[in-house]
Design a protein around this ligand. Structure first.
Ligand SMILES: Cc1cc2nc3c(=O)[nH]c(=O)nc-3n(C[C@H](O)[C@H](O)[C@H](O)COP(=O)(O)OP(=O)(O)OC[C@H]3O[C@@H](n4cnc5c(N)ncnc54)[C@H](O)[C@@H]3O)c2cc1C
Length: 463
């Protein structure tokens, strides 16, 4: 028989841990599913591993996760690690796989807290061996203490500088940092600086990271407006354009980063309304004040809604859980509002800096929408920007038709690596706003699932 819970939380990052702790504290029966081997999400990844305990080099914000994860472990809830969720249906049934076995579970409420993923960086050569994202560099570091010496870091955003700083603190040599933040963004973001004043410490921290890079003698090149990876099959150099001139830096590892975007696959497949955020240049989930989505019984919280950072995600998770508890009749409205007050204050404070960061680090159009015809957009099916433009010229009019014409978005990642680029390429070709262009129609399973697992599932449900 399918197991039934009051609340199922998908994701054990800051938002999911906060949501599940809040719900469990009120006596709700809670199940948390997460595909990582331990709780923490992206920022606090592998924080329980001995090699990460008190690891000063990862920064103070990493250690903020210790009490959160500890509190999560102490809570009365069911937590399943290494559980990859491939389905959330509108009738609140969740399908997940663990150790090659698929299972179905149900709940009266679902909280989706699937966080962020890195924005694709579709530049020429980004699929060559030796090119990774900055997030991947962090995953290797946090999970396995693996680093790459003399890598070139290229991109924009706080995570770029944080990762380089972590490398410096660990004494790992870095070849160069190429800052792809468009020069015009500095002026454009200036008026939003006032709104970010309460978070001056974060701005100062970012400035200190930059200063440390300079002090370590690492070339930090700002004003870079184009970049490409050269090499036969692997990276041999990172070529960049600055003040109209192309230069090359030889290296065998390049880490790219253009910020993070919400991981919307589960929410979209469940039918939650989404909209295009111009400032964040990505799809975001439409939610109300309690993080209820447009699908009855489904809330979405944290970076999986729109990008706000770890502390904002934690506050959102708490608010979403209180909203769900009220909807289940476990707490009345005044208790819900009372408990949510502290989360709301924290959320307001955290969101103060967001507008400034969004304007400052909005990636340049040419980096999000490749100009060069032979740049790969869909990595799984190896479809290039030129092939997509040709298909659009034939009269193909949307992401779903493009799928059938060219297989773009039909590979194992189900559009996670190309979905945003495809929407923007179609917007550019058609002149339509991205919100009208739309996104791939996502269906379960949103992650590859062996047929055998599905067949076994059907068999076990008959027993
Ligand atoms: C690669 C990467 C590295 C980052 N590093 C930092 C950092 O060092 N410092 C920083 O301040 N911010 C970092 N960020 C941003 C940071 O992730 C967020 O601000 C914060 O973690 C958001 O919390 P969250 O709970 O919303 O999501 P996350 O922390 O992302 O947690 C989401 C969880 O959902 C799980 N999940 C997703 N999909 C599924 C599925 N289908 N089935 C099961 N589980 C699923 C994931 O495994 C993850 O554990 C990083 C982001 C990324 C993408």
């Amino acid at each position: 028989m399918t197991k039934h819970y009051d609340i199922i939380v998908i994701g054990a990052g800051p938002a999911g841990m906060s949501a599940s702790r809040t719900a469990a504290a009120q006596g709700a029966r809670v199940l948390v599913l997460d595909e990582q081997s331990s709780p923490g999400g992206q920022i606090y990844r592998a924080i329980e591993k001995p090699h990460n305990q008190r690891r000063r080099e990862l920064g103070s914000s990493y250690q903020d996760g210790v009490p959160l994860v500890h509190g999560f472990r102490q809570s009365e809830l069911d937590y399943v690690n290494a559980a990859s969720v491939w389905q959330l249906s509108a009738d609140l049934e969740v399908g997940y796989s663990r150790d090659g076995i698929a299972q179905l579970v149900r709940a009266d409420r679902i909280i989706v807290a699937t966080g962020a993923q890195e924005r694709p960086v579709p530049i020429p050569g980004w699929t060559k061996r030796g090119v990774m994202t900055v997030g991947a560099a962090q995953i290797l570091l946090k999970e396995s203490s693996v680093v790459a010496s003399d890598a070139v870091f290229a991109g924009s955003g706080p995570l770029l500088y944080l990762a380089v700083h972590q490398y410096l603190e660990l004494g790992v040599p870095v070849k160069a940092v190429l800052d792809l933040t468009p020069a015009k963004n500095y002026l454009g973001a200036l008026p939003a600086l006032f709104g970010a004043r309460a978070d001056f410490a974060k701005i100062l921290e970012g400035w200190q990271w930059k200063r440390a890079i300079g002090a370590a003698g690492i070339p930090l090149l700002t004003g870079v407006d184009a970049v490409r990876i050269s090499g036969e099959k692997s990276v041999e150099s990172v070529d960049y354009r600055r003040r109209g001139e192309w230069q090359a830096i030889t290296c065998d590892t390049a880490f790219l980063h253009l910020g993070v975007v919400p991981n919307i696959n589960i929410s979209m497949a469940a039918g939650c309304d989404c909209h295009w955020s111009h400032n964040q240049a990505c799809w975001t989930v439409t939610v109300d004040d309690w993080f209820n989505s447009s699908v009855a019984g489904v809330s979405v919280a944290g970076d999986g809604v729109s990008i706000g950072g770890a502390a904002a995600a934690e506050a959102q998770g708490g608010i979403a859980a209180l909203g769900a508890l009220h909807a289940l009749g476990r707490i009345d409205a005044s208790e819900r509002d009372r408990l949510a007050a502290a989360y709301r204050i924290r959320l307001r404070k955290e969101m103060g800096i967001r507008h400034f960061l969004d304007l400052l680090f909005r990636p340049a159009d040419r980096l999000r929408v490749p100009r060069e015809a032979d740049t790969v957009v869909c990595r799984c099916e190896e479809v290039t920007a030129g092939q997509i433009r040709e298909t659009l010229d034939l009269g193909c009019c949307g992401p779903n038709q493009l799928k059938s014409f060219s297989r773009t978005g039909m590979g194992p990642c189900q559009g996670r690596f190309c979905g945003h680029t495809v929407s923007e390429l179609i917007g550019e070709a058609s002149g339509l706003p991205i919100s009208e262009v739309g996104y791939f129609r996502l269906r379960s399973p949103i992650k590859p699932l062996p047929l055998k697992e599905l067949a076994d599932l059907a068999h076990s449900s008959k027993e």
